[in-house]
Design a protein around this ligand. Structure first.
Ligand code: KIV
Ligand code: ZN
Length: 385
């Protein structure tokens, strides 16, 4: 099994979500929870962006002992100095330096020629190498870059000291097959690629971030960058919980595994949701409120007989104590009977049939029928006789 390192960027790319502004105390609490979850790297922020971010990254680096703490820097000495200053007391600090490599970014955003970008990339990595050997280099907008140009720049940044090479799908444009092919191409054509670890970083503009990240494993990546609840710029980043659970459930397909403590998944998701103010949609895979809820009679009947009929993930695996049988208009007699037993309602066959009929009538008026509703129906019924 190949080990996939999880690089969590909730506190950097995730915090770049419009409408999110985390307080330093909240960031630290999230960092501690990420440490409990067992991520390999926490990207704590972008220290050159503000004094507040600098101090928050520094505090996290000083507090976290079980994960590497990374800080982002543009390809300038000032940014790299700030990044290093903020993380240098961390357990295994990583400088993450980036520059854009796509024609559109180089021409319009950077106003640099491709050769000037190579030069800047190499200089920035060399500069970071004065501080550490733990250097990640990212080719921003890699998926809209020319692959032979990527070969050229990646070869040179590895020569300059980069030990992780990240090729982001910055604008969420790629597809699983194409993204995996890009990594394969680099592995085949960059002569010194064995000296660096390849990394995937996907955005969700086309809803493909998780699929692309997983496809990248077949292309040869050993690190995946993602965020809790998939928060991030625009439509967000690849969601950590979906990647982690897909890898765990379909291990044999991916031939890869993470070192995550999966039973911390839901807890981490809820903490990030609370502090960002971003609600998790009920139907979100793995961590949504309905991810383990069964409503239809056929499904409830199946699950009550054997959970595996409709549950491929056990709730306990992600840190929940049990699944939920939600009583609504699609529920059947089996689930209703089970609920009555749980509530201590004991009725003979006739009265049970009557109660079930009243329950079905109530579901026409209500989306969900609660335990209190059922108790009230049962009391009504026994009171009348
Ligand atoms: O999406 C992206 O390209 C990034 C880089 C800064 C790594 O977040
Ligand atoms: Zn990003």
């Amino acid at each position: 099994m190949k080990k996939i390192e999880i690089f969590d960027t909730t506190l950097r790319d995730g915090e770049q979500s419009a409408g999110v502004n985390l307080h330093a105390d909240e960031k630290l609490e999230i960092a501690y929870q990420l440490e409990r979850l067992g991520v390999d790297v926490i990207e704590a922020g972008f220290p050159a962006s503000s004094r507040g971010d600098f101090l928050s990254v520094q505090r996290i680096a000083r507090s976290i002992r079980q994960c590497s703490v990374a800080a982002l820097a543009r390809s300038t000495e000032k940014d790299i100095d700030a990044a290093w200053e903020a993380i240098k007391e961390g357990a295994n600090p990583r400088i993450h330096v980036f520059i854009a490599t796509s024609p559109i970014h180089m021409e319009y955003k950077l106003r640099l020629t491709p050769d000037q970008v190579v030069q800047k990339a190499v200089e920035s990595v060399r500069y970071a190498a004065r501080y550490t050997t733990n250097i990640e280099w990212s080719a921003e907008d890699a998926t809209r870059s020319d692959w032979d140009y990527l070969v050229k720049v990646v070869t040179q940044v590895i020569e300059a000291g980069a030990t992780v090479v990240n090729l982001p799908d910055t604008v969420g444009y790629s597809t699983p097959h194409e993204y995996a092919e890009m990594f394969r191409y680099l592995k085949e054509h960059v002569p010194n690629i064995h000296r660096a670890k390849l990394s995937a970083h996907c955005h969700d503009d086309l809803g493909l971030a998780v699929a692309n990240s997983l496809a990248a494993i077949a292309g040869g990546v050993e690190q995946i960058e993602c965020t809790i609840n998939g928060i991030g710029e625009r439509a967000g980043n690849a969601s950590l919980e979906e990647i982690a659970i897909a890898l765990a459930i379909r291990k044999n397909v991916f031939q890869a595994e993470t070192g995550l403590e999966l039973n911390q998944t839901v807890r981490t998701s809820r903490l990030v949701s609370k502090y960002t103010g971003f609600a998790v949609p009920p139907n979100k895979a793995v961590v949504g409120a309905n991810a383990f809820a069964h409503e239809s009679g056929i499904h409830q009947d199946g699950v009550l007989k054997n959970k595996l009929t409709y549950e491929i993930i056990s709730p306990e695996m992600v840190g929940l104590s049990s699944n939920a049988i939600v009583l609504g208009k699609h529920s059947g007699r089996h689930a209703f009977k089970k609920k009555c037993e749980e509530l201590g309602i004991q009725l003979d066959e006739d009265r049970f049939n009557h109660l079930f009929k009243n329950f079905k009538e109530l579901t026409e008026k209500r989306k969900e029928v609660t335990d209190d509703d059922i108790m009230a129906l049962a009391t009504d019924l026994t009171g009348k006789e």
